[in-house]
Design a protein around this ligand. Sequence first.
Ligand SMILES: [Zn+2]
Length: 221
Amino acid sequence: MVSLYYNRTRFKLTYSDIIRRGLSKTFGKCKKIWLLFPGTPNLDIYIASTGFGNRLARIGSKLRGGIIVETDSSHELEFPADTLHAVFTTVGGFLAGINYSTAECLPAMSRILKAHLPIFHTSLVTISEDTQSYIDALSSTPQIELPAVLFGALQSWVELRPAIQELLDSGKATPSFRLKMQEFTERLETFGRNTRSALVCGYGEYVDNIGKHVTGEHKIL
Ligand SMILES: [Zn+2]
């Protein structure tokens, strides 16, 4: 989804933005200042602050390797899914932004979702949307068929699955979240039928038929 903002100032770290790749462009005279921090080692610090308010103030002094970027309408700014970023406006105007997910985003998405699932009972709409992005990116992965990408994608699912199962078992999941998970189970079964390569599964075991293994050992419901 492409979003258009006027004088957007988000000088805070928002996990829904971090979870996807970002591409932003300003128009006209609009200028923005961005604070960008790479995922390593900062994502761990961010995840450790899950559940606290005003997270940028809380963890800002611990973040490492940050850069400050000024953009105007002659620039587009693109950054990977695990980039911690905050933005503020120096000259007002329009900013267009798109957040999107690819198979390479899955490991970071999985880690961030896993940390937030247990505390997001009050905001299940957001978590449902983010889980949907994750599922869409994961479902599109088998067609790519690069072993490294497929491995990262499967590992992200193996690590996220227990948190999703726990949310479903707790009875706190909304009907729409349950429905999404049922649809996902069907997609996982389709993936299992179509993917027969020998590969190392997320927990490090080598299996002859990764599709059959994942649908047998790592499904939900
Ligand atoms: Zn396994």
